[in-house]
Design a protein around this ligand. Structure first.
Ligand code: PNW
Length: 496
Protein backbone atom coordinates (compact mmCIF):
# COMPACT_ATOMS: atom_id res chain seq x y z
CA UNK A 1 0.00 0.00 0.00
CA UNK A 2 2.73 2.45 1.01
CA UNK A 3 4.63 1.50 -2.09
CA UNK A 4 1.58 2.31 -4.19
CA UNK A 5 1.26 5.73 -2.55
CA UNK A 6 4.95 6.32 -3.13
CA UNK A 7 4.56 5.50 -6.83
CA UNK A 8 1.57 7.82 -7.14
CA UNK A 9 3.53 10.61 -5.45
CA UNK A 10 6.55 10.04 -7.70
CA UNK A 11 4.20 9.91 -10.69
CA UNK A 12 2.72 13.26 -9.78
CA UNK A 13 5.85 15.12 -8.81
CA UNK A 14 8.64 13.19 -10.51
CA UNK A 15 10.71 14.88 -13.18
CA UNK A 16 8.36 13.72 -15.95
CA UNK A 17 5.37 15.69 -14.76
CA UNK A 18 5.58 19.24 -13.61
CA UNK A 19 3.30 22.19 -13.38
CA UNK A 20 3.71 24.32 -16.44
CA UNK A 21 3.81 27.96 -15.44
CA UNK A 22 1.81 30.30 -17.61
CA UNK A 23 3.50 30.46 -21.00
CA UNK A 24 1.41 33.17 -22.51
CA UNK A 25 2.38 35.73 -19.88
CA UNK A 26 5.72 34.48 -18.54
CA UNK A 27 7.65 33.45 -21.62
CA UNK A 28 7.40 36.81 -23.33
CA UNK A 29 9.45 39.93 -23.79
CA UNK A 30 8.49 43.42 -24.92
CA UNK A 31 9.82 44.51 -28.33
CA UNK A 32 12.05 47.57 -28.22
CA UNK A 33 13.13 49.56 -31.28
CA UNK A 34 13.55 48.38 -34.85
CA UNK A 35 11.29 45.48 -35.79
CA UNK A 36 13.55 43.97 -38.43
CA UNK A 37 16.91 42.26 -38.17
CA UNK A 38 19.78 43.86 -40.10
CA UNK A 39 20.18 42.53 -43.67
CA UNK A 40 23.53 40.91 -42.91
CA UNK A 41 22.27 39.03 -39.86
CA UNK A 42 22.52 35.28 -40.41
CA UNK A 43 19.84 32.82 -39.27
CA UNK A 44 20.72 29.14 -39.13
CA UNK A 45 20.39 25.90 -37.21
CA UNK A 46 22.84 23.72 -35.31
CA UNK A 47 23.58 20.01 -34.80
CA UNK A 48 26.52 17.89 -33.64
CA UNK A 49 28.08 14.78 -35.16
CA UNK A 50 27.53 12.19 -32.43
CA UNK A 51 23.96 13.35 -31.89
CA UNK A 52 22.82 12.95 -35.51
CA UNK A 53 25.23 11.02 -37.73
CA UNK A 54 24.94 7.39 -36.67
CA UNK A 55 27.26 5.18 -38.72
CA UNK A 56 29.36 4.83 -35.58
CA UNK A 57 31.74 2.31 -37.20
CA UNK A 58 30.96 2.92 -40.88
CA UNK A 59 33.65 3.23 -43.55
CA UNK A 60 36.68 3.13 -41.28
CA UNK A 61 35.49 5.50 -38.53
CA UNK A 62 37.37 5.10 -35.24
CA UNK A 63 35.86 4.80 -31.77
CA UNK A 64 35.08 7.89 -29.70
CA UNK A 65 34.58 8.26 -25.97
CA UNK A 66 30.83 8.46 -26.56
CA UNK A 67 30.77 5.22 -28.58
CA UNK A 68 32.66 3.52 -25.79
CA UNK A 69 30.68 5.06 -22.95
CA UNK A 70 27.22 4.28 -24.36
CA UNK A 71 28.26 0.72 -25.26
CA UNK A 72 29.87 -0.03 -21.90
CA UNK A 73 27.40 1.77 -19.65
CA UNK A 74 23.95 1.74 -21.31
CA UNK A 75 22.43 2.03 -17.84
CA UNK A 76 23.82 5.57 -17.62
CA UNK A 77 21.66 6.69 -20.55
CA UNK A 78 18.04 7.29 -19.58
CA UNK A 79 16.56 4.91 -22.19
CA UNK A 80 19.65 2.70 -22.53
CA UNK A 81 20.13 4.00 -26.07
CA UNK A 82 23.16 5.31 -27.96
CA UNK A 83 24.15 7.23 -31.09
CA UNK A 84 24.98 4.12 -33.15
CA UNK A 85 22.41 5.11 -35.73
CA UNK A 86 20.73 8.28 -34.32
CA UNK A 87 19.11 10.27 -37.17
CA UNK A 88 21.54 8.62 -39.62
CA UNK A 89 22.78 11.85 -41.11
CA UNK A 90 25.90 9.97 -42.26
CA UNK A 91 23.73 7.95 -44.64
CA UNK A 92 20.91 10.47 -45.11
CA UNK A 93 22.49 13.92 -45.30
CA UNK A 94 20.28 14.63 -48.30
CA UNK A 95 17.26 14.72 -45.95
CA UNK A 96 18.97 17.26 -43.71
CA UNK A 97 19.77 19.34 -46.75
CA UNK A 98 16.12 19.35 -47.85
CA UNK A 99 15.09 20.54 -44.38
CA UNK A 100 17.75 23.27 -44.41
CA UNK A 101 16.54 24.43 -47.81
CA UNK A 102 12.93 24.37 -46.70
CA UNK A 103 13.78 26.59 -43.72
CA UNK A 104 15.77 28.95 -45.92
CA UNK A 105 18.72 29.16 -43.50
CA UNK A 106 21.78 31.21 -44.38
CA UNK A 107 24.19 29.00 -42.42
CA UNK A 108 24.36 25.49 -40.93
CA UNK A 109 26.39 24.78 -37.80
CA UNK A 110 27.50 21.14 -37.64
CA UNK A 111 30.45 19.36 -36.07
CA UNK A 112 33.13 17.11 -37.47
CA UNK A 113 33.63 13.71 -35.86
CA UNK A 114 37.39 13.63 -35.23
CA UNK A 115 37.33 9.79 -35.44
CA UNK A 116 35.75 9.82 -38.90
CA UNK A 117 38.79 11.53 -40.33
CA UNK A 118 41.50 10.32 -37.95
CA UNK A 119 40.30 6.99 -36.53
CA UNK A 120 42.85 6.90 -33.70
CA UNK A 121 42.96 10.65 -33.22
CA UNK A 122 46.55 10.79 -34.43
CA UNK A 123 47.00 12.54 -37.77
CA UNK A 124 49.33 9.91 -39.23
CA UNK A 125 46.33 7.73 -40.01
CA UNK A 126 43.79 9.37 -42.31
CA UNK A 127 40.43 7.94 -43.38
CA UNK A 128 39.59 9.12 -46.90
CA UNK A 129 35.92 8.04 -46.66
CA UNK A 130 35.43 10.35 -43.68
CA UNK A 131 37.04 13.21 -45.58
CA UNK A 132 34.79 12.47 -48.58
CA UNK A 133 31.71 12.67 -46.35
CA UNK A 134 32.48 16.15 -45.01
CA UNK A 135 33.54 17.35 -48.46
CA UNK A 136 30.17 16.22 -49.76
CA UNK A 137 28.35 18.02 -46.90
CA UNK A 138 30.29 21.26 -47.35
CA UNK A 139 29.99 21.25 -51.14
CA UNK A 140 26.26 20.59 -51.11
CA UNK A 141 25.70 23.34 -48.56
CA UNK A 142 27.66 25.83 -50.63
CA UNK A 143 25.90 24.77 -53.83
CA UNK A 144 22.68 25.75 -52.05
CA UNK A 145 24.07 29.04 -50.74
CA UNK A 146 24.19 27.77 -47.16
CA UNK A 147 27.35 28.72 -45.31
CA UNK A 148 29.04 25.97 -43.31
CA UNK A 149 29.84 26.88 -39.68
CA UNK A 150 32.04 24.08 -38.40
CA UNK A 151 32.60 22.97 -34.82
CA UNK A 152 35.86 21.02 -34.58
CA UNK A 153 35.09 19.38 -31.27
CA UNK A 154 31.64 18.62 -29.88
CA UNK A 155 32.51 16.08 -27.15
CA UNK A 156 33.29 12.93 -29.19
CA UNK A 157 36.99 12.50 -28.36
CA UNK A 158 38.90 9.68 -30.09
CA UNK A 159 39.55 6.97 -27.48
CA UNK A 160 43.11 6.95 -28.82
CA UNK A 161 43.50 10.47 -27.42
CA UNK A 162 41.62 9.69 -24.21
CA UNK A 163 44.18 6.94 -23.55
CA UNK A 164 46.79 9.65 -23.03
CA UNK A 165 44.54 11.41 -20.53
CA UNK A 166 42.51 13.54 -22.94
CA UNK A 167 42.07 17.04 -21.61
CA UNK A 168 44.00 16.26 -18.41
CA UNK A 169 47.22 15.93 -20.33
CA UNK A 170 48.80 19.02 -21.88
CA UNK A 171 49.57 16.77 -24.89
CA UNK A 172 46.04 17.68 -25.98
CA UNK A 173 47.37 21.11 -27.01
CA UNK A 174 49.41 19.57 -29.85
CA UNK A 175 46.99 16.74 -30.51
CA UNK A 176 44.14 19.21 -31.03
CA UNK A 177 46.05 21.86 -32.97
CA UNK A 178 47.52 19.18 -35.28
CA UNK A 179 43.98 17.94 -35.94
CA UNK A 180 42.79 21.51 -36.50
CA UNK A 181 45.63 22.19 -38.95
CA UNK A 182 44.54 19.19 -41.02
CA UNK A 183 40.97 20.51 -41.04
CA UNK A 184 42.20 23.91 -42.29
CA UNK A 185 44.15 22.14 -45.05
CA UNK A 186 41.26 19.89 -46.02
CA UNK A 187 38.30 22.26 -45.79
CA UNK A 188 39.59 25.79 -45.11
CA UNK A 189 39.31 26.80 -48.76
CA UNK A 190 35.51 26.60 -48.29
CA UNK A 191 34.84 26.83 -44.54
CA UNK A 192 35.10 30.42 -43.30
CA UNK A 193 33.67 30.08 -39.79
CA UNK A 194 35.37 27.74 -37.34
CA UNK A 195 34.50 26.96 -33.74
CA UNK A 196 37.30 25.18 -31.90
CA UNK A 197 35.41 23.83 -28.87
CA UNK A 198 31.76 23.45 -27.94
CA UNK A 199 31.08 24.24 -24.28
CA UNK A 200 34.34 23.57 -22.43
CA UNK A 201 32.25 23.81 -19.26
CA UNK A 202 30.58 20.54 -20.16
CA UNK A 203 33.79 19.03 -21.54
CA UNK A 204 35.50 19.65 -18.21
CA UNK A 205 32.85 19.42 -15.55
CA UNK A 206 29.96 17.12 -16.13
CA UNK A 207 28.77 13.75 -17.25
CA UNK A 208 29.05 15.09 -20.76
CA UNK A 209 32.71 14.09 -20.63
CA UNK A 210 31.94 10.58 -19.51
CA UNK A 211 35.39 9.11 -19.47
CA UNK A 212 37.12 11.92 -17.61
CA UNK A 213 38.17 11.05 -14.10
CA UNK A 214 36.30 13.11 -11.56
CA UNK A 215 38.54 15.46 -9.64
CA UNK A 216 36.47 18.56 -8.91
CA UNK A 217 38.18 21.78 -8.01
CA UNK A 218 41.43 20.53 -9.51
CA UNK A 219 40.86 18.42 -12.63
CA UNK A 220 38.23 20.74 -14.08
CA UNK A 221 40.67 23.67 -13.82
CA UNK A 222 43.44 21.64 -15.47
CA UNK A 223 41.00 20.79 -18.26
CA UNK A 224 39.93 24.47 -18.71
CA UNK A 225 43.57 25.49 -18.87
CA UNK A 226 44.37 22.88 -21.51
CA UNK A 227 41.28 23.77 -23.56
CA UNK A 228 42.30 27.45 -23.51
CA UNK A 229 45.87 26.62 -24.54
CA UNK A 230 44.71 24.28 -27.33
CA UNK A 231 42.31 26.98 -28.53
CA UNK A 232 44.96 29.73 -28.40
CA UNK A 233 47.57 27.59 -30.16
CA UNK A 234 45.07 26.74 -32.91
CA UNK A 235 44.14 30.39 -33.40
CA UNK A 236 47.80 31.45 -33.71
CA UNK A 237 48.52 28.60 -36.11
CA UNK A 238 45.65 29.72 -38.34
CA UNK A 239 46.87 33.31 -38.30
CA UNK A 240 50.39 32.23 -39.19
CA UNK A 241 49.69 29.69 -41.91
CA UNK A 242 46.17 30.09 -43.28
CA UNK A 243 44.44 33.39 -42.45
CA UNK A 244 45.91 35.42 -45.29
CA UNK A 245 44.75 33.00 -47.94
CA UNK A 246 41.63 31.50 -46.39
CA UNK A 247 40.31 34.66 -44.67
CA UNK A 248 38.19 32.76 -42.16
CA UNK A 249 37.11 33.57 -38.61
CA UNK A 250 37.81 31.45 -35.55
CA UNK A 251 35.91 31.47 -32.28
CA UNK A 252 34.95 29.28 -29.35
CA UNK A 253 31.47 28.40 -28.07
CA UNK A 254 30.74 28.89 -24.37
CA UNK A 255 27.54 27.94 -22.57
CA UNK A 256 26.20 30.27 -19.95
CA UNK A 257 23.18 30.73 -17.76
CA UNK A 258 22.71 34.45 -17.17
CA UNK A 259 22.14 35.41 -13.54
CA UNK A 260 19.98 37.96 -11.74
CA UNK A 261 20.01 39.07 -8.15
CA UNK A 262 16.70 39.36 -6.30
CA UNK A 263 18.21 42.10 -4.12
CA UNK A 264 19.87 43.86 -7.05
CA UNK A 265 23.29 43.07 -5.65
CA UNK A 266 25.62 43.75 -8.56
CA UNK A 267 28.59 42.16 -6.73
CA UNK A 268 26.84 38.77 -6.58
CA UNK A 269 26.06 38.97 -10.27
CA UNK A 270 29.60 40.05 -11.19
CA UNK A 271 31.21 37.24 -9.15
CA UNK A 272 28.92 34.56 -10.58
CA UNK A 273 29.54 35.83 -14.12
CA UNK A 274 33.33 35.92 -13.62
CA UNK A 275 33.28 32.25 -12.61
CA UNK A 276 30.64 30.95 -15.00
CA UNK A 277 31.60 32.87 -18.12
CA UNK A 278 34.82 34.70 -17.23
CA UNK A 279 36.91 31.63 -16.50
CA UNK A 280 36.90 30.91 -20.22
CA UNK A 281 35.91 34.23 -21.81
CA UNK A 282 38.21 36.57 -19.85
CA UNK A 283 41.52 34.96 -20.91
CA UNK A 284 40.48 35.26 -24.57
CA UNK A 285 38.35 38.40 -24.80
CA UNK A 286 39.39 40.77 -21.98
CA UNK A 287 41.97 43.52 -22.47
CA UNK A 288 44.27 42.14 -19.78
CA UNK A 289 44.04 38.40 -20.47
CA UNK A 290 44.55 35.51 -18.01
CA UNK A 291 41.79 34.33 -15.64
CA UNK A 292 39.65 37.05 -13.97
CA UNK A 293 41.72 38.61 -11.12
CA UNK A 294 39.01 37.98 -8.53
CA UNK A 295 38.86 34.27 -9.44
CA UNK A 296 42.66 33.89 -9.32
CA UNK A 297 42.80 35.64 -5.96
CA UNK A 298 39.96 33.74 -4.31
CA UNK A 299 41.08 30.29 -5.45
CA UNK A 300 44.67 30.93 -4.44
CA UNK A 301 43.49 31.97 -0.98
CA UNK A 302 41.35 28.84 -0.53
CA UNK A 303 44.14 26.62 -1.87
CA UNK A 304 46.63 27.94 0.72
CA UNK A 305 44.02 27.56 3.45
CA UNK A 306 43.57 23.95 2.35
CA UNK A 307 47.28 23.42 3.08
CA UNK A 308 48.44 23.39 -0.54
CA UNK A 309 51.69 24.86 -1.79
CA UNK A 310 50.09 26.60 -4.72
CA UNK A 311 46.76 27.52 -6.23
CA UNK A 312 44.47 24.89 -7.74
CA UNK A 313 44.00 27.44 -10.53
CA UNK A 314 47.40 28.90 -11.35
CA UNK A 315 47.68 31.96 -13.60
CA UNK A 316 48.21 31.12 -17.27
CA UNK A 317 51.63 32.75 -17.09
CA UNK A 318 53.08 35.39 -19.37
CA UNK A 319 53.72 33.14 -22.39
CA UNK A 320 50.27 31.57 -22.57
CA UNK A 321 48.41 34.69 -21.48
CA UNK A 322 49.81 36.39 -24.57
CA UNK A 323 48.93 33.54 -26.91
CA UNK A 324 45.39 33.20 -25.58
CA UNK A 325 44.56 36.91 -25.17
CA UNK A 326 42.83 38.09 -28.36
CA UNK A 327 42.61 34.57 -29.81
CA UNK A 328 38.98 34.88 -30.89
CA UNK A 329 37.37 36.64 -33.84
CA UNK A 330 33.99 36.06 -32.23
CA UNK A 331 32.45 34.64 -29.10
CA UNK A 332 29.99 31.78 -29.65
CA UNK A 333 27.25 31.61 -27.05
CA UNK A 334 24.93 28.72 -26.25
CA UNK A 335 22.09 30.23 -24.26
CA UNK A 336 19.22 28.19 -22.90
CA UNK A 337 18.19 29.55 -19.51
CA UNK A 338 18.96 31.74 -16.44
CA UNK A 339 19.00 31.67 -12.65
CA UNK A 340 18.80 33.92 -9.58
CA UNK A 341 21.92 34.03 -7.41
CA UNK A 342 22.67 34.94 -3.83
CA UNK A 343 25.74 34.26 -1.65
CA UNK A 344 25.57 30.85 0.04
CA UNK A 345 25.01 30.85 3.78
CA UNK A 346 26.67 27.42 4.18
CA UNK A 347 29.67 26.28 2.09
CA UNK A 348 28.38 24.74 -1.14
CA UNK A 349 29.42 21.47 -2.82
CA UNK A 350 32.36 19.19 -2.11
CA UNK A 351 35.66 20.36 -0.73
CA UNK A 352 37.36 21.26 -2.98
CA UNK A 353 35.14 21.94 -5.97
CA UNK A 354 34.32 24.73 -8.35
CA UNK A 355 30.93 24.91 -6.67
CA UNK A 356 32.61 25.57 -3.33
CA UNK A 357 34.90 28.14 -4.95
CA UNK A 358 31.96 30.08 -6.43
CA UNK A 359 29.79 29.57 -3.36
CA UNK A 360 26.60 31.13 -4.63
CA UNK A 361 23.10 29.71 -4.41
CA UNK A 362 21.31 29.31 -7.72
CA UNK A 363 17.56 29.56 -7.76
CA UNK A 364 14.79 29.75 -10.31
CA UNK A 365 11.60 31.77 -10.31
CA UNK A 366 8.47 29.58 -9.99
CA UNK A 367 6.82 31.80 -12.59
CA UNK A 368 9.34 30.81 -15.26
CA UNK A 369 7.78 28.13 -17.51
CA UNK A 370 9.79 24.90 -17.39
CA UNK A 371 10.61 22.56 -20.27
CA UNK A 372 10.82 18.77 -20.19
CA UNK A 373 14.42 19.03 -18.94
CA UNK A 374 14.59 19.98 -15.27
CA UNK A 375 17.26 22.65 -15.90
CA UNK A 376 15.55 24.55 -18.71
CA UNK A 377 13.21 27.46 -17.89
CA UNK A 378 12.04 30.03 -20.41
CA UNK A 379 13.84 33.29 -19.48
CA UNK A 380 14.21 35.46 -22.59
CA UNK A 381 15.18 38.55 -20.57
CA UNK A 382 18.26 36.54 -19.51
CA UNK A 383 19.43 36.38 -23.12
CA UNK A 384 18.98 40.14 -23.57
CA UNK A 385 20.77 40.72 -20.25
CA UNK A 386 23.61 38.41 -21.20
CA UNK A 387 24.20 40.08 -24.56
CA UNK A 388 24.34 43.50 -22.91
CA UNK A 389 26.69 42.12 -20.24
CA UNK A 390 29.05 40.86 -22.97
CA UNK A 391 28.79 44.19 -24.82
CA UNK A 392 29.88 46.07 -21.69
CA UNK A 393 32.36 43.59 -20.20
CA UNK A 394 34.10 42.44 -23.40
CA UNK A 395 34.32 45.55 -25.51
CA UNK A 396 31.37 44.67 -27.73
CA UNK A 397 33.10 41.63 -29.24
CA UNK A 398 31.25 39.99 -32.14
CA UNK A 399 28.80 37.42 -30.74
CA UNK A 400 27.32 34.48 -32.60
CA UNK A 401 24.52 32.71 -30.82
CA UNK A 402 25.50 29.15 -31.64
CA UNK A 403 22.65 27.38 -29.78
CA UNK A 404 19.27 28.26 -28.31
CA UNK A 405 16.31 25.92 -28.05
CA UNK A 406 13.49 24.22 -26.18
CA UNK A 407 13.02 20.59 -25.18
CA UNK A 408 9.82 18.51 -25.16
CA UNK A 409 8.75 14.96 -25.97
CA UNK A 410 8.77 15.48 -29.72
CA UNK A 411 5.22 16.65 -30.42
CA UNK A 412 4.50 18.07 -33.89
CA UNK A 413 2.17 20.73 -32.55
CA UNK A 414 4.88 22.43 -30.50
CA UNK A 415 3.41 25.80 -29.57
CA UNK A 416 5.61 26.09 -26.48
CA UNK A 417 8.74 25.77 -28.64
CA UNK A 418 7.34 28.54 -30.86
CA UNK A 419 6.76 30.73 -27.80
CA UNK A 420 10.32 30.08 -26.64
CA UNK A 421 11.81 30.92 -30.05
CA UNK A 422 9.60 33.94 -30.50
CA UNK A 423 10.63 35.52 -27.19
CA UNK A 424 14.33 34.65 -27.50
CA UNK A 425 14.64 35.89 -31.06
CA UNK A 426 12.93 39.09 -29.90
CA UNK A 427 15.50 39.32 -27.06
CA UNK A 428 18.31 39.12 -29.63
CA UNK A 429 16.67 41.84 -31.72
CA UNK A 430 16.25 44.06 -28.64
CA UNK A 431 19.94 43.61 -27.82
CA UNK A 432 20.96 44.49 -31.38
CA UNK A 433 18.76 47.59 -31.20
CA UNK A 434 20.70 48.46 -28.06
CA UNK A 435 24.05 48.32 -29.80
CA UNK A 436 25.08 44.69 -29.17
CA UNK A 437 27.31 43.24 -31.87
CA UNK A 438 25.35 40.03 -32.51
CA UNK A 439 25.75 38.76 -36.06
CA UNK A 440 24.11 35.35 -36.15
CA UNK A 441 21.65 33.00 -34.47
CA UNK A 442 21.56 29.19 -34.66
CA UNK A 443 18.50 27.35 -33.38
CA UNK A 444 19.19 24.07 -31.57
CA UNK A 445 18.35 21.90 -33.28
CA UNK A 446 17.58 21.15 -36.93
CA UNK A 447 16.31 17.63 -36.16
CA UNK A 448 15.44 15.46 -33.17
CA UNK A 449 18.60 13.73 -32.03
CA UNK A 450 20.49 11.81 -29.33
CA UNK A 451 20.30 14.07 -26.26
CA UNK A 452 23.35 12.63 -24.43
CA UNK A 453 22.46 11.17 -21.02
CA UNK A 454 18.74 11.59 -21.83
CA UNK A 455 19.00 9.44 -24.95
CA UNK A 456 15.92 9.85 -27.13
CA UNK A 457 13.60 10.83 -24.28
CA UNK A 458 14.08 14.59 -24.79
CA UNK A 459 13.70 16.28 -28.16
CA UNK A 460 15.02 19.64 -29.36
CA UNK A 461 14.32 19.35 -33.12
CA UNK A 462 12.49 21.73 -35.42
CA UNK A 463 11.95 18.53 -37.45
CA UNK A 464 10.60 15.30 -36.03
CA UNK A 465 12.54 12.11 -36.76
CA UNK A 466 11.09 8.66 -36.11
CA UNK A 467 14.19 7.02 -34.69
CA UNK A 468 12.70 3.52 -35.08
CA UNK A 469 11.97 3.66 -38.80
CA UNK A 470 14.56 2.84 -41.43
CA UNK A 471 13.55 5.80 -43.61
CA UNK A 472 14.04 8.34 -40.85
CA UNK A 473 12.12 11.02 -42.72
CA UNK A 474 12.38 14.57 -41.39
CA UNK A 475 8.90 15.93 -40.65
CA UNK A 476 8.54 19.66 -40.01
CA UNK A 477 7.00 20.52 -36.63
CA UNK A 478 4.85 23.65 -36.33
CA UNK A 479 7.96 25.46 -35.00
CA UNK A 480 9.87 24.74 -38.24
CA UNK A 481 7.23 26.66 -40.17
CA UNK A 482 7.42 29.49 -37.63
CA UNK A 483 11.22 29.69 -37.89
CA UNK A 484 10.95 29.66 -41.69
CA UNK A 485 8.75 32.75 -41.39
CA UNK A 486 11.24 34.45 -39.05
CA UNK A 487 13.99 33.90 -41.61
CA UNK A 488 11.89 34.99 -44.59
CA UNK A 489 10.67 38.20 -42.91
CA UNK A 490 13.78 38.95 -40.75
CA UNK A 491 11.31 39.79 -38.02
CA UNK A 492 9.49 38.15 -35.11
CA UNK A 493 6.02 37.09 -36.32
CA UNK A 494 3.23 37.15 -33.79
CA UNK A 495 1.91 33.62 -34.41
CA UNK A 496 1.37 32.37 -30.87
C1 PNW B 1 24.18 21.80 -25.20
N1 PNW B 1 22.70 22.60 -19.01
O1 PNW B 1 24.47 21.19 -24.00
C2 PNW B 1 24.96 21.01 -26.23
O2 PNW B 1 25.88 21.78 -26.95
C3 PNW B 1 24.12 20.18 -27.13
O3 PNW B 1 24.89 19.14 -27.64
C4 PNW B 1 22.88 19.70 -26.39
O4 PNW B 1 22.13 18.79 -27.12
C5 PNW B 1 22.06 20.92 -26.05
O5 PNW B 1 22.81 21.87 -25.34
C6 PNW B 1 20.81 20.63 -25.26
O6 PNW B 1 21.08 20.06 -24.01
C7 PNW B 1 23.97 21.60 -22.79
O7 PNW B 1 22.45 21.71 -18.18
C8 PNW B 1 23.69 20.62 -21.88
O8 PNW B 1 22.58 23.82 -18.75
C9 PNW B 1 23.27 20.95 -20.63
C10 PNW B 1 23.14 22.28 -20.29
C11 PNW B 1 23.41 23.27 -21.21
C12 PNW B 1 23.83 22.92 -22.47
Amino acid sequence: MWLLILFVVIGLFGSESFVEANFTTNCTIVAKGNLKFPKKFSFGVATSAYQIEGGWNADGKGISTWDEFTHNYPEKIKDGSNGDSAAESYRLFELDLQALKQLGVKHYRFSIAWTRIFPTGDIHLKNQKGIDYYNMVINKLLANKIEPMVTMYHWDLPVGIQKFGGFFNSMIIDQFSDYAEELFKLFGDRVKTWITFNEPNNICKSGYAPTLIEAPGVGDYICFTNVLKAHGATYRLYQKKFAKKQKGKIGITLDIWFVFSKTNNTDDVARAMHYNLGLLAYPIFSKSGDFPPIVLKEIEKSSIEEGRKKSRLPSLGEYWTKIIQGSGDFLGINYYTSRYVKPATEPMGKNPSMERDINVQMDFDPNWPRAKADWLYCVPQGLEGLLKYIRDEYDNVEVKITENGWVDSGELNDDNRIRYYKSHIQAVLNAINDGCNVTSYSAWSLIDNFEWLKGYTEKFGLYYVNMKSNKKGRIPKKSALYYKKVIATRSVPNDV
